[in-house]
Design a protein around this ligand. Structure first.
Ligand code: NOJ
Ligand code: NOJ
Length: 577
């Protein structure tokens, strides 16, 4: 009981008062968010005039900023909500819209654009005009999360159609669209990408995680309808390996991007947890499930990063909910809280609560200890069954924190319920794009999680990181015998935002191409590492390169060389030359 009261005192309000304020906000905001989302979908959405059927406008704002475009990321996340509401039986009237989305995406996939054609990289184009023509201005491209998110939404729809005996339509119409995106992901996942905020070109945790999810689901769907998807699981294994390298054990958080020169604390990582939630995986940290120790530790580090940077957060107790944004170093509109980032914090915790409930226990590890100690400064590492008082107290405190986070957004929601992109860090007034479709979607998914709505599983349960990490997707070949896992370690000091890549004389090393060279992991900085499957008994030349702000610096001559053994594995330890 004492623990319980302690948590409430920290929140500054009683648990029932917080639940009540979240309840009353949600009662009015949920229908507004749903209507706001639908208003931004063409052709008949009331704010989407000019948008083709099934096209989601990011926002009706046409200046400061002009968001009257359709982004593949925003659209896919928005339609994931539509498809979930349809397939979970919450709103069966949405089927026509879902069909409109798939037709629109089928069209957009084929539109040649500055990233390429459908077969030469065009699927990575981040945004299009709302009449489905290409946007040709300068932009941060490609953004490789788009095809992954789109296929996840379409696969979710496809699985429901199959459950409802519509397999011809899935095989003939939906699968070819999904396959284009999956093939793109499978062959480009280890190429650099702009992050979801369209600013940093490197590798990005959110992108890697949603790509991993898409390929797992794609492999399962292919098997279900008798199509070939055999390469998807192999590439997914490489993605799952790579995903682990973003964890920063010293800081207790996930570093959002491999480049960018920032601390790496970023809503990117919280969005990853909620958009790859799979309750059947329990609190697995390999896939950063919402209740995993790594994701909870990361959540605390992320939230705490915003306590001192927004004045509307000042004076709030160090363990109480606050408004959060994209990342603390953000300077877009001077850097402010975002509704979708703050809702994501609440949603991760609602997802965690659902999972603990289904597991019947809650686990505190040394990694998640700091997260739980916000609520009880003496809680110890251990497993607490749902019958225990510690479980009751901790879950109640987590629920209060989540409700309190919703209440922060509630406090800064204007009286008409409209959700823009941001709110001012000093005054709390709405800022940047009005009626941001993604803001409405983020409200709905947080509310659904609070209500106990569990999205369909994507196959995260029981995944393990292979002991030898396979090489990336772009080499194409793989599976045949005669390869050796070669681990490259190179000692190289770098500046923030600079990364070390590997390239060399064989396909597996990208044939000396600096633009597609393989990014190495800095998990053991200043040693950069990468394991690549190379042909056995082959003599191979290679070099490390450093890339900073797009500028490539090659190691000095001569080339490094090695001869691979006939089987087994092999390690080379180099120093940057
Ligand atoms: C527009 C992008 O959409 C936004 O994410 C970014 O912060 C700004 N450009 C500044 O680069
Ligand atoms: C800027 C955000 O940073 C980006 O993630 C989003 O796709 C666009 N705005 C459109 O909403």
């Amino acid at each position: 009981m004492r623990l319980f009261q302690y948590a409430l005192a920290l929140a500054g309000l009683s648990a029932s008062a917080l639940a009540q304020s979240a309840d009353s906000y949600i009662a009015t905001e949920a229908p507004i968010a749903k209507a706001g989302l639908l208003a931004n979908i063409g052709p008949s959405g009331s704010k989407a005039s000019g948008a083709k059927s099934g096209i989601v406008i990011a926002s009706p704002s046409t200046s400061n900023p002009n968001y009257l475009y359709t982004w593949t990321r925003d659209s896919s996340l928005v339609f994931k909500v539509v498809v979930d509401q349809l397939t979970l039986g919450l709103d069966t009237s949405l089927r026509g819209l879902a069909d409109g989305f798939l037709v629109a995406q089928q069209t957009i996939q084929q539109v040649s654009n500055p990233s390429g054609t459908v077969s030469t990289g065009g699927l990575g184009e981040p945004k299009f005009n709302i009449d489905e023509t290409a946007f040709t201005g300068a932009w941060g491209r490609p953004q490789r999360d788009g095809p992954a998110l789109r296929s996840t939404t379409l696969i979710t729809y496809a699985n429901w159609l199959l459950d409802n005996s519509n397999s011809t339509f899935v095989t003939n119409t939906l699968w070819p669209i999904i396959k284009l995106d999956l093939d793109y992901v499978a062959s480009n996942w280890n190429q650099s990408t702009f992050d979801l905020w369209e600013e940093v070109q490197s590798s990005s945790f959110f992108t890697t995680a949603v790509q991993h999810r898409a390929l797992r689901q794609g492999a399962a769907l292919a098997a279900r309808i008798g199509q070939s998807g055999s390469t998807y699981n192999a590439q997914a294994a490489g993605l799952l390996c790579f995903l682990q390298s973003y964890w920063n054990p010293t800081g207790g958080y996930v570093t959002a991007n491999t480049g960018g020169g920032r601390s790496g604390r970023d809503a990117n990582t919280v969005l990853t947890s909620i958009h790859t939630f799979d309750i059947t995986a329990g609190c697995d940290a390999t896939t950063f499930q919402p209740c995993s120790d790594k994701a909870l530790s990361n959540l605390k580090v992320y939230v705490d990063a915003f306590r001192s940077v927004y004045s509307i957060n000042s004076g709030i107790a160090s363990t109480s909910p606050v408004a959060t944004g994209r990342y603390p170093e953000d300077s877009y509109y001077s850097g402010n809280p975002w509704y979708l980032a703050t809702f994501a914090v609440a949603e991760q915790l609602y997802d965690a609560l659902l999972t603990w409930q289904s597991l019947g226990s809650l686990n505190v590890t040394s990694t998640s200890l700091a997260f739980f100690r916000q609520f009880n400064s003496t809680v110890a590492v251990g497993t607490y069954p749902s019958s225990s008082s510690t479980y009751a107290a901790l879950t109640s405190a987590v629920k209060s924190f989540a409700d309190g986070t919703v209440s922060v957004n509630a406090k800064y929601t204007p009286s008409n319920g409209g959700l823009s992109e941001q709110y001012d860090k000093n005054s709390g007034s709405p800022l940047s794009a009005v009626d941001l479709t993604w803001s409405y979607a983020s409200a709905l998914t947080a509310f659904m999680a609070r209500n106990g709505t569990v999205p369909a599983s994507w196959g995260a349960a029981g995944l393990t990181v292979p002991s030898t990490c396979p090489s990336g997707g772009s080499s194409g070949s793989g599976g045949s015998g005669g390869t050796v896992a070669v681990t490259f370690n190179v000692h190289a000091t770098t500046v923030w935002g600079e990364n070390i890549y590997l390239t060399g004389s064989v396909n597996e090393l990208q044939n000396w191409s600096p633009s597609t060279a393989l990014l190495m992991s800095s998990a053991n900085y200043p040693t950069w590492s990468l394991t690549v499957n190379l042909p056995a008994s082959a003599s191979i030349q290679y070099k490390y390169i450093r890339i900073f702000n797009g500028a490539v610096t090659w190691e000095s001559d001569p080339n490094n060389s090695l001869t691979t053994p006939s089987s087994g594995s092999f390690t080379v330890n180099d120093s940057w030359r």
